[in-house]
Design a protein around this ligand. Structure first.
Ligand code: NAD
Length: 499
């Protein structure tokens, strides 16, 4: 029988009593790695209750002690960095280098959470009226919930619980059922760092468990990262249940290539940003917009695409790994098929990709389309595979119009040697994260992850100052003390008459 993953409830890793188990498979081999439980209603209740009880004491713990927990956690994560990355590679198929990046970007958020004291500072104004002062401070909310996707099983849980808990909350994490081993390992290390029981719970499952969190009166805030339809469902249900919610959803990211850009940088950036992680990144570039003469570089792009291939996590020659599941692979293949049917030119077709020694992996080879138009499904829908669509336009203005008419707004980039073109693009583009000669502009945690439009539902974004705002409530205190209230103490040092 496959190893059964435990749940983390009130500081204990417990065996679930469920009769529904979800197989977790290695996408390069289809080998079952373990089974994750679909937590029962009672277990969900226990997890939320543990968070609620722990909140009563945790919120009183001094901020510097909360920060020190994060320092110990950060150190442990660093110590176990490669080991976590290896688990991550097994269940996602990511190359080891890519898996290490996934872990590292999460560690950076734990690092930021150790700075919680300065992030929680409020504001003060003296004498808002005569002898009246106002100050504001931030207080935690209670039990927060996080629902995370398969594609970054270390980074995205770490976007959420370290900051929420450092801010004084407790947390229930429901990671993706497709790769729950990495989040469980993150949770083990959190306990090892000295987290008190109840600060973090990890429950497993799918829609049913998510819906319990969304409807439960003791969950005060919901952080979600995943696909558009689920993101909309989570946002609607959470807010309908009077909770604050931040939901990061799907994307269709464009890279605009000006004719004055550096050709080598453009081509290598396009290959990496579209096919890296098998295209399973919410910030992947999936549309290349060639302005004017830069379209002449598409041939060079095609030849570089043809030189990369997917492979095993520990194959140093592999550019990326498999799709997460056979169903995900099938979806990418049917999108490629539809692109061809709708009239796009497929310069390179990765549909029949095989990897020697791994006949059962969910492989898709690099795929490049040109002559793509905006009415085609491959242009409109998120493919989430190693597929790049090339569109040609005549001017920067036309490129801006194209990008701004997309319903998504997660990330975009422009490659150019012209500062004025870059300035115009960054100013006018309706996308929340912009790279200038940087293909995937994911901000470091002292900024926030700021997707726009259909890529984000909510107000405060992930991590950074906005993340802290999301996990806290502001209290504003206005105070007045009458001079006559000051006791005049006797003694040698109190000779001044305070009146
Ligand atoms: P998904 O929406 O299928 O799953 C995300 C989470 O929601 C999982 O924990 C899953 O168990 C749960 N879930 C699935 N169906 C549900 C339902 N009907 N009701 C309630 N919960 C449900 O997403 P995925 O396939 O795991 O992840 C890929 C998607 O995530 C892509 O669309 C990608 O763009 C997006 N993503 C976005 C960002 C971002 O920051 N904008 C980052 C990473 C991934």
């Amino acid at each position: 029988m496959a190893h059964q993953l435990p749940l983390l409830i009130n500081g204990e890793f417990v065996a679930s009593q469920t009769d529904q188990w979800i197989a977790v498979t290695n996408p390069a081999t289809q080998q079952t790695l373990c089974e994750a439980p679909a937590a029962t209603a009672e277990e969900m209740e226990q997890a939320i209750a543990a968070g609620k009880a722990a909140f009563q004491t945790w919120k009183e713990v001094p901020v510097s002690e909360r920060a020190r927990l994060m320092l110990r956690y950060q150190a442990l994560l660093k110590e176990h960095h490669d080991e976590i990355a290896e688990i991550l590679s097994q269940e996602t198929g990511k190359t080891f280098e890519d898996a290490k990046g996934d872990v590292w970007r999460g560690i950076e958020v734990a690092e930021q959470a150790a700075n919680i004291a300065s992030l929680m500072m409020g504001e003060t104004v003296e004498n808002v009226a005569r002898s009246i002062d106002t100050h504001s401070w931030t207080q935690p909310l209670g039990v927060c919930a996080g629902i995370t996707p398969f594609n970054f099983p270390a980074m995205i849980p770490l976007w959420m619980f370290p900051l929420a808990i450092a801010a004084g909350n407790t947390f229930v994490l429901k990671p993706s059922e497709q790769d729950p081993m990495t989040p469980n390992r993150l949770a083990e290390l959190f306990q090892e760092a000295g987290a008190a029981p109840g600060l973090l719970q990890v429950v497993h499952g799918g829609k049913e468990q998510v819906d319990t969190l969304l409807r439960h009166p003791d969950i005060k805030a919901v952080s979600f990262v995943g696909s558009v339809p689920v993101g909309q469902h989570v946002y609607r249900t959470a807010t309908d249940n009077m909770k604050r919610a931040q939901c990061f959803a799907g994307a269709k990211n464009h890279m605009v290539i000006m004719p004055d850009a550096n050709k080598e940088q453009v081509v290598s950036s396009l290959v990496g940003s579209s096919c890296g992680a098998a295209g399973q990144r919410c910030m992947a570039i999936s549309v290349a917009v060639f302005v004017g003469d830069s379209k002449a570089w598409i041939d060079e792009l095609a030849s570089q695409f043809a030189q990369i291939r997917p492979g095993a996590w520990n194959d140093p020659e592999a550019a990326y790994g498999p799709q997460i599941s056979p169903a995900a692979k099938q979806r990418v293949l049917s999108m490629i098929e539809q692109g061809k049917k709708e009239g796009a030119t497929c310069l390179l077709d990765g549909s029949d990709c095989t990897v020697e020694g791994l006949p059962d992996g969910n492989w898709v080879g690099p795929t490049l389309f040109t002559d793509v138009t905006t009415d085609m499904a491959i242009y409109r829908e998120e493919i989430f595979g190693p597929v790049l669509c090339c569109v040609c336009v005549d001017s920067l203005e036309e490129a801006l119009e194209l990008v701004n008419s997309s319903p998504y707004g997660n990330g975009t980039s422009i490659f150019t040697a012209n500062g004025a073109a870059a300035r115009k693009y960054q100013h006018q583009v309706e996308v929340g994260q912009v790279g200038i000669n940087v293909p995937i502009p994911v901000p470091l945690p002292f900024f926030s992850f700021t997707g726009w439009k259909g890529s984000f539902y909510g107000d405060q974004h992930a991590y950074g100052k906005q993340g802290v705002r999301f996990y806290t409530e502001t209290k504003t205190v206005t105070s007045r003390w009458f001079d006559s209230d000051i006791p005049v103490a006797a003694g040698p040092n109190m000779s001044i008459n305070l009146k």
